[in-house]
Design a protein around this ligand. Sequence first.
Ligand SMILES: Cc1cc2nc3c(=O)[nH]c(=O)nc-3n(C[C@H](O)[C@H](O)[C@H](O)COP(=O)(O)OP(=O)(O)OC[C@H]3O[C@@H](n4cnc5c(N)ncnc54)[C@H](O)[C@@H]3O)c2cc1C
Length: 784
Amino acid sequence: MSTNSDSDSNFSERERPKRGRRKRGGNATNYSKIVEDVSIAEFNGLEIFSWEDDDLSLRSAAAQSRLPFDRLAAEELVHFPDVTKSKASMNLYLLLRNKCLQLWHLGPQVQLTVGAFKDQLKSPLNSDPGLITRVHAFLERYCYINYGIFHCTVHKTLSTYRRIIVIGAGYAGLMAAQQLKFFGFDVLLLEGRPRTGGRVMSYTSHKSSTNTRRAGDLGAMIVMGCVGNPIMTIAQQSPIRFVQINGAQAALYNHEGIKTSADKDNHIQSAFNLLLDTCAYISKELKINSVNGKNLSLGRAIDLVLGQMELRVQKRRAKFWSGMHDMALRQQRLLEDCYVLGKEIKRLVEVIEEAMRNKEESFFDMDINSVANVEELGRLVELRVHKHDLKVALEKFNHRLTEIDTHRAVYKEMVHIQPPQVYVNQEDRTILNFHKANMEYANGCPLHKVSLEHWDADDEWEIEGSHMMVRGGYYKVTEALTEPVKPILRRNHIVTNVEVNEKGVIVSGECPDTTVFYEQADAVLCTVPLGVLKWSIIKSTESDGRIKFQPPLPSWKCNAIDRMGFGSLNKAVFFFEEIFWDKDDHVFLRSAETEEARGECFQWFAVPDEPVLIALISGVAAGFPDLPNYHELTLRRMMNFLRTVYPNCPADPTDFVITKWHRDKFTRGCYSYIGCDATDKDHDVLAEPITDKNGIPRLFFGGEHTITRWPSTVHGAMISGFREATRIANTFGEPLYAFVDPDDEAAAKTARDAAVKVDEKPNGINGASSSKADVDVAESMILD
Ligand SMILES: Cc1cc2nc3c(=O)[nH]c(=O)nc-3n(C[C@H](O)[C@H](O)[C@H](O)COP(=O)(O)OP(=O)(O)OC[C@H]3O[C@@H](n4cnc5c(N)ncnc54)[C@H](O)[C@@H]3O)c2cc1C
């Protein structure tokens, strides 16, 4: 089913129910980033050419692999310097690479061997067997093919036995362990909990009148985009199905359950987006990112911009009322004029009336030549001047009256169009608070903690396509991923010590059977959450859940662990007997009464076709579950809310849970964010391995916090697992460049040097832009 269209039902258009509104101005194309990554010199002066064979399937295969289909990505340029020598060889390379990716994506259930790849190539593509082998080896080593849950037909063994310990069976650990096993390593996967999946966890409730088993995701729930998301491949390899989230028309209710009008809702959403754009302008264009030597947070910047807007409104009001004041003064002057003129008119009328009483009216019409004497002439002139003055005074008076009437009308009009008293009124503020809560969900922390400069650093890498939920619960993906690593997995093995020495590593800890365990290996990959790493480096006498590194982690690593933020997000999950909402609406929203509680159950997801609702608790409110009686109080308050919104809602759910991820000793939070003193580069520092005394990398790091492009996500965790498997294989496995033509020694040397160089780059995976067609192809494979 292809659903991502330009219609207004397009979920991505409103973006709201995604993890916050992260993007400004739509998806940036990633090509520009790729070009930035690779200096012009690395292109050897070659112009970037367009791919001539515009085959949709080849394009989609490249997009699904996060690679640009018509040029070499950074890591390919260093691994294949020889193919950049001519346009023809570059074209051949790209065709081979895209073809190999296409074959893999067409049938990822079975290993794509180099033999099977060669068999599919027709002349003249099969003209260079050496290049074909290298392309295949490269794509395999960098986990672009043969990853996930596939049937392995050719088992690899290393010429030298190597053992690797992977700590943590979350998605980073699961993917890395599986890949390393496939590469021929002896792998041991240690997991502290009795279950795998880490922050991907579903709670299953049986509490219903029919004892029906129902799942609600307590951790990750949304597959955030499909083009290039490795989860899409896993779904092809297993019976997992996705449901596209329909949230375009998500209604917003206030805390009393009263629906906000669509106009108001859209208006405030636009105002909020404008606020974010202004913050971006301040940060990126004006380069103001700190005040008094203190780095600004996004929350502080939003408050400052709001403050400025408020000031502007008050200035406009001041100007308006000063205009009104001037108008009132003028009115007053006119009235005073009228008063003076009135008195004058009265006096003149009296004079004229007096003359009339004295029978002197003849003077008004008398011919001046018929005046009898000087006295008469004087009286005539006098009376005529009075008459003229009266006429002038009356004219003036009437004119003033007209002016007063006009002023009055204008004044009345002006009062109606006076500027608002405040920039945001109370009602609008609660809606604005909803949007702030949504941003806090995106960042996994209160807005005043996240860096203004770097909070959106990963925006341009956002995976495109629909956001989806896993039918039946995300745990189904975990189950599928756990199956192939079962033989090497040890649950309930809590690692407490990691010692690095010249011979390798010693990992020890606690387990239920033998109470302590002790394992040796050539290297260890640590995928425990950043929260656990933070807990491990703080000075405290409490040892529970800490990992002691020996020698202690170097200061550059500790500083990055300290700088990078690890926030909090919780969920309230409600189980019912029956669905009482519209089945096609997957999302509805709630604005809280107060600023502090803005993140409390602010966004609700309906589990597809199940009577289960999941509400998010973000920002400062994510800490509320620690409050006494919070469980009971929230249940009552939220049930009242639900009953107002949905009159058919029962009095009580059949089951109700609230998470406390920040209290979980294997996580200690939700996901990473870029704190005010951190930068996006700190993800790379967190990924950097630690070497032994001889400079051999022994302690490797993976997990969502170690990836710059897709942090805080499941797909980011998976890709970090791939990256580390590649890095470990490049360090301890067979050399990738055994295939380089020995006659071309210079090329071989450059390639080997380049391989070392690329290992130093934590980001081995390149982004690529994708078209709507790519999205359609990716979605059509998986959606219900
Ligand atoms: C509430 C919530 C909602 C989320 N929503 C989404 C979402 O919708 N979409 C999305 O893409 N992402 C979401 N995420 C983020 C996503 O879940 C994570 O980014 C991802 O699962 C991290 O995987 P990981 O392998 O890096 O770490 P983890 O999954 O945390 O795995 C680390 C493993 O290490 C183990 N471990 C820890 N300490 C030890 C020890 N001492 N010894 C042995 N083992 C240990 C842990 O038990 C765990 O299994 C959400 C996260 C949370 C908390």
